[in-house]
Design a protein around this ligand. Structure first.
Ligand code: BGC
Length: 247
């Protein structure tokens, strides 16, 4: 079965039909830049453009980079604040001609995809997936079951919000070396480990493509530490899985 997945990120809105048996994109993905400011209407136009590119008519799963309860957006750290309290499934569904839309947090979507098709496949116990990008997203699993909206990127670390120090945006903005950034990521992982004692950390987000540049620099974390396998497609695949579970 194919379901459409869309990943709304801080820099791009990307989507493709997903083959749910293989857990992979069924066609090459299409991407548009995230509008600035990333208001609900402007983002909805971007989402409609991505879906329209494929002439898709069927269920759609969409990730959002903030807390999502039911289909209502509760936080918007890296997109326009006017998203808060918006019923995203309704707004986006109306924009795409009434197709059924499921919305979930972006890191939760990536986590669900990795636990089924990627680095977390078959893993029991506590697993934490962290996505490093514009912010830091988190997905917490115990015996394969997701606890949604954990928002561990906003933990406080040495008096700062962790994602302001250890996201890849912080690395770029402050022009940090891999070594320096890895040191910050290590401190952050140690903090999350202290709270949840996971067996496994999965490191996702675009930077997971460059895992060899920084994962070997991270020491002193007891949990196994591995890069995500679906890399930047995990959100699209997880979004489609979430919509597929409802279809
Ligand atoms: C948001 C999370 C999101 C993460 C990655 C954070 O700023 O609060 O909901 O998962 O960024 O996009």
């Amino acid at each position: 079965m194919q379901i459409f997945g869309v990943d709304i990120g801080g820099s791009g809105i990307k989507g493709a039909p997903v083959d749910l048996e293989r857990g992979d994109l069924a066609q090459e993905r299409h991407k548009v830049l995230t509008p600035r400011p990333a208001t609900p209407d402007a983002v909805a136009d971007g989402v409609a453009e991505v879906i329209g590119h494929f002439g898709w008519s069927g269920p759609i799963g969409i990730t959002f980079p903030g807390v999502v309860t039911g289909s209502t957006i509760r936080t918007a750290a890296n997109v326009d604040k006017s998203w808060v309290d918006v019923d995203a499934a309704r707004l986006l569904g109306e924009r795409v001609g009434g197709l059924p839309v499921t919305v979930l947090n972006d890191a939760d979507a990536a986590g669900v995809a990795e636990m089924t098709f990627g680095a977390g496949r078959g893993r029991k116990g506590t697993v934490v997936l962290l996505t490093f990008g514009t912010g830091i997203g988190s997905a917490l699993f115990h015996d394969g079951v997701l606890v949604p909206n954990t928002e561990l990127g906003h933990l406080e670390l040495h008096g700062h919000e962790a994602e302001k120090r250890a996201s890849t945006k912080a690395k770029e903005d402050e022009e940090l070396s891999w070594q320096h950034w890895a040191h910050r990521v290590q401190k952050y992982l140690a903090h999350v480990e202290m709270l949840f004692s996971p067996e496994l950390f999965i490191v996702g987000g675009g930077v997971s493509r460059k895992a060899e540049k920084f994962l070997p620099l991270i020491e002193g974390v007891r949990a196994e530490l591995v890069p995500a396998q679906l890399q930047n497609n995990a959100g699209i695949v997880g979004a489609a899985m979430a919509a597929g579970a409802r279809a």
